[in-house]
Design a protein around this ligand. Structure first.
Ligand SMILES: NC(=O)c1ccc[n+]([C@@H]2O[C@H](COP(=O)([O-])OP(=O)(O)OC[C@H]3O[C@@H](n4cnc5c(N)ncnc54)[C@H](OP(=O)(O)O)[C@@H]3O)[C@@H](O)[C@H]2O)c1
Length: 367
């Protein structure tokens, strides 16, 4: 039977990489759940996706929905269509924002996952569901230090933000559904950047934030530890890994870190390479406690005066914690399942393309 995949998050950074890879396999059809004010906007977004991804028009359909709304925001006709056509689900939609209040993060991520699981249950009971692939994040590990395994979940960790917390809560619900017998795999990427081959990306967050203020000369002193490892993976590799893993039956019921793991590079290594690539001066480091106690109180009132300054402060609060200390993500299951394809390309080999793309596109700033 040809696979018809209900794909949430098709318009996002990962979704646009997943879509062509799903469609490339054995006549697979994608039913994309897309947000829009009305049917016309949903169709415009679908057509745009088809063009952008270079996929055959007749293999990508769209249903209007909103994953944070009850029943995924599907009207009766759309729900009936999904129930009669979908044979699998890839849930990649999420509010990937670190500054959301807990109730909003809960709606966009936890309630959305619950609705996806409710749909999966209905498809499973109708004996239609081959599998559900749930895209989570390696940062469900939160502030856990040391090694975090693929089978680890709630280990009593604290969280840097409501995003991490809401993704952990989502995974807890997914684990419960796996225990019920639903055929589900969980995929946990680390920090996703542009394509290794081209640097292309649609989202300029996390790594791009310190890169941007460094390149623009707004910031050269890093309030953190140069020996912190930062786990970075390119979006094309993540999409390849998910599409490969979902073709393997023995991946059901299991969790996969899509991460560099032991090969993650340190802040110092990344900063030195970025300085060499951009011709910028070396990054200076300042101890975090000292920064918070002496430097931050001095610069805070000054930065709050301007839009750019406020942007730097907001970005700093959101993204800096990812450069101050991280777990090592154990990738044993991914490597065992995928062999050589289970390891991402080394970041220092493709970082130049990521940096060039971001600089050429002015970090996606509207100008
Ligand atoms: N980016 C990373 O570094 C990273 C790392 C680890 C894991 N992940 C996970 O990977 C997945 C994809 O992330 P991404 O980087 O592709 O994020 P992204 O570029 O921000 O895309 C998010 C996608 O989710 C959709 N979406 C958000 N809220 C929705 C709603 N209420 N209803 C329907 N669609 C909604 C967005 O649709 P619109 O186009 O309508 O906004 C978009 O298609 C997420 O589950 C994320 O947690 C990402």
């Amino acid at each position: 039977m040809t696979d018809t995949v209900l794909l949430t998050g098709a318009t996002g950074q990962l979704g646009t990489a997943l879509l062509p890879r799903l469609v490339a396999h054995n006549g697979t059809v994608v039913l994309a759940l897309v947000r829009g004010r009305d049917a016309a906007e949903v169709e415009r977004r679908r057509a745009d996706l088809v063009t952008r991804c270079g996929v055959p028009d007749h293999r990508v359909h769209a249903v209007q929905g909103d994953v944070s709304a009850p029943g995924l925001g599907l009207d009766a006709a759309a729900r009936a269509r999904v129930e009669s056509e979908a044979t699998s689900i890839v849930h990649a939609a999420a509010a990937v924002r670190f500054d959301l209040p807990a109730d909003k993060a809960a709606r966009s991520n936890i309630a959305a996952t619950e609705s996806v699981l409710e749909l999966a249950r209905a498809l499973h009971q109708a004996r239609r569901l081959k599998r559900l692939d749930h895209v989570s994040t390696a940062y469900v590990a939160g502030r856990h230090t040391g090694r975090f395994h693929e089978h680890d979940l709630d280990v009593g960790q604290q969280f840097r933000n409501t995003y991490e917390w809401s993704k952990l809560q989502s995974e807890l619900r997914v684990r419960a559904a796996i225990a019920e017998g639903l055929p589900i795999s969980v995929h946990r990427p680390s920090i996703v950047v542009g394509e290794a081959a081209t640097g292309r990306t649609r989202a300029f967050n996390v790594l791009y934030w310190p890169l941007k203020i460094y390149v623009r000369g707004w910031w050269r002193t890093f309030p953190g530890r140069p020996d912190t490892r930062v786990d970075i993976v390119p979006v094309d590799w993540v999409a390849d890994a998910i599409t490969r893993l979902r073709r393997l039956d023995d991946t059901l019921g299991r969790t996969f870190h899509l991460a560099a793991g032991d090969d993650a590079r340190t802040v110092r290594e990344l900063a030195e390479r970025i300085a060499a690539l951009t011709g910028g001066p070396p990054v200076r480091y300042i101890d975090q406690a000292r920064y918070r106690r002496f430097v931050r109180p001095l610069i805070w009132p000054f930065l709050s005066l301007t839009r750019r300054g406020r942007g730097i402060l907001r970005g700093g609060e959101a993204y800096m914690p990812y450069f101050l200390g991280n777990p090592v993500f154990d990738t044993s299951s991914t490597r065992a399942a995928l062999g050589d394809a289970g390891s991402p390309p080394p970041v220092l080999e493709y970082l130049e393309r990521v940096v060039r793309f971001a600089v050429d596109r002015d970090f996606g700033d509207p100008g």
